[in-house]
Design a binder for this molecule. Structure first.
Ligand SMILES: O=C[C@H](O)[C@H](O)COP(=O)(O)O
Ligand SMILES: C=C(OP(=O)(O)O)C(=O)O
Length: 449
């Protein structure tokens, strides 16, 4: 993308006078201004044309012709920008995508919670441990996770580190997805380390053999399309820190429109989606595909107003509603939203985040989620859409490629007592690789049904 020299911040400033929830309390705004001035001069991380392409793919999701698989860490961390970590996450997403594409026979749009997911909205501004109260950890882009007064001070320089960590991650993601690793002929290779140790790995292996047979058959018929040799993969994150997102907003010289070039797709979270707030105004000003999280208190009027602000032209692919109601509420709360939105003629993509409405604290103090609740929320999501004749457009999950013990249940049955073994998340509990694959198989069955 060619970038117009005109200052993007002065253009994308409609949000600046509005209240912005969940922003860091920086001790020195002068330093923040220096950092954002630097960020404004940095090259884009993604290109406007790629964002347009993803909007096109999301339009297919909204029309019921494709399925979104959006997943990755709850919170990325600067010290985890390594080839092994990134490859493990990608491998998990590629395996899930192979399962969904083959078993559900639907094109899968692949979007990572990756290369920018460094900022966390928090329920409470402070955290107390053993009588000591400090500001909450808000993600590596804001402060440090260590429980010391020094680490918890918001530091604007972390925004620079976020940019560089995102750039390094994206570079590797592009290498993996286009440089041969994501070639469909590698379906077995993605599973090699996993097949002997996990039931879902074995189930996957059987499916990979079928894919192999299908590929060999097609090759024998003379068909070996380029689509089999690389993967279209996009990056997304929550657009939480508006100083960062605005500093990475550029004018696209082709169209004169603004794009947030920090990621292909950005979403606005449940805690920052106030209709008269800065986040929605910022999202309205950019042309990227936008997601908005909708929790159980969302009213149909709010949903319609969000459409009015973010997708006034009713363009399929522009707006994705990511619902996160909780397994016990999805069947009650979702129908009214889907009915009103559909009646208004808006073609949003409906996507299920079965993670954020199902968190609880185990007796050990670990924040966790039950795999069965995650699954049940997805089931409820499919049931509602089936009953209304609308399209269950995808899933949005927090996952990792590592064998962590953060969520309970799944085929390899992690118990509450196991949580301490590998509890590594910087914020919320993620599905491990085996649980992620289990979920993909079960979602594929639901989709086909
Ligand atoms: O990932 C989502 C939120 O940032 C997270 O659930 C907030 O966690 P908290 O309720 O512990 O602040
Ligand atoms: C904060 C998040 O979710 P929500 O806004 O739905 O709570 C998230 O997805 O990281």
């Amino acid at each position: 993308m060619t970038v117009n020299a005109e200052s993007s911040t002065s253009i994308a400033s409609s949000w600046r006078d509005l209240p912005a929830a969940q922003q860091p309390d920086y001790p020195d705004l002068g330093v923040l201004r220096e950092v954002t001035a630097d960020l404004e001069s940095y090259p884009p991380l993604v290109f406007a044309g790629e964002c347009d392409q993803l909007r096109g793919r999301m339009a297919a999701v909204a029309r019921g012709e494709a399925f979104l698989l959006q997943g990755g860490d709850c919170a990325e961390a600067f010290d985890q920008v390594s080839a092994d970590q990134i490859r493990a996450k990608l491998k998990t997403l590629l395996q899930m995508s192979a399962v969904l594409t083959y078993a559900a026979a639907v094109p899968v749009v692949k979007v990572g919670r990756i290369a920018g997911q460094y900022s966390k909205p928090r329920s409470k501004p402070v955290e107390t441990r053993n009588g000591v109260t400090l500001p909450s950890y808000r993600g590596d882009s804001v402060n440090g996770a260590e429980f010391t007064a020094e680490a918890r001070v918001p530091d604007p320089d972390r925004l620079r580190r976020m940019y560089h960590a995102s750039a390094a991650t994206l570079n590797l993601v592009r290498g993996f997805t286009t440089g041969g690793y994501a070639d469909l002929h590698q379906v077995h290779a993605w599973n090699q380390d996993f097949v002997r140790t996990s039931a879902s790995g074995q189930r996957y292996e059987a499916l990979a053999r079928e894919i192999d047979n299908a590929l060999n058959f097609m090759k024998a018929c003379g068909a070996d399309p380029a689509e089999f040799h690389s993967v279209e993969f996009y990056a997304s994150h929550e657009a939480l820190l508006l100083d960062y997102e605005a500093a990475l907003t550029r004018v696209d010289s082709r169209s004169g429109r603004l794009y947030d070039v920090s990621g292909h797709m950005v979403w606005i979270g449940e805690r920052t989606r106030q209709l008269d707030g800065a986040h929605i105004a910022f999202a309205a000003s950019i042309r990227n595909p936008i997601g908005v999280k909708l929790g159980p208190t969302t009213t149909a009027d709010e949903a319609l107003e969000l459409i009015e602000r973010l997708d006034p032209e009713r363009e399929p692919g522009r707006l994705t509603f990511i619902t996160r109601m909780g397994a016990d509420r999805i069947r009650d709360r979702l129908p009214a939203l889907v009915e009103r939105v559909t009646a208004e003629g808006a073609q949003v993509a409906w996507v299920c985040d079965p993670m954020h409405g199902n968190t609880f604290e185990a007796a050990s103090g670990h924040k966790t989620r039950r795999f069965d609740d995650v699954l049940d929320e997805v089931k409820g999501f499919f049931e509602v859409h089936k009953a209304l004749g609308t399209h269950p457009g995808g899933i949005h999950v927090e996952l990792t490629g590592d064998d962590v013990t953060e969520c309970v249940g799944g085929g390899d049955e992690i118990l509450v007592d196991d949580l301490h073994q590998r509890y590594e998340t910087a914020c919320d509990p993620r599905l491990n690789r085996s649980q992620s694959l289990d979920l993909a198989f079960l979602v594929a069955e639901m989709y086909r049904a």
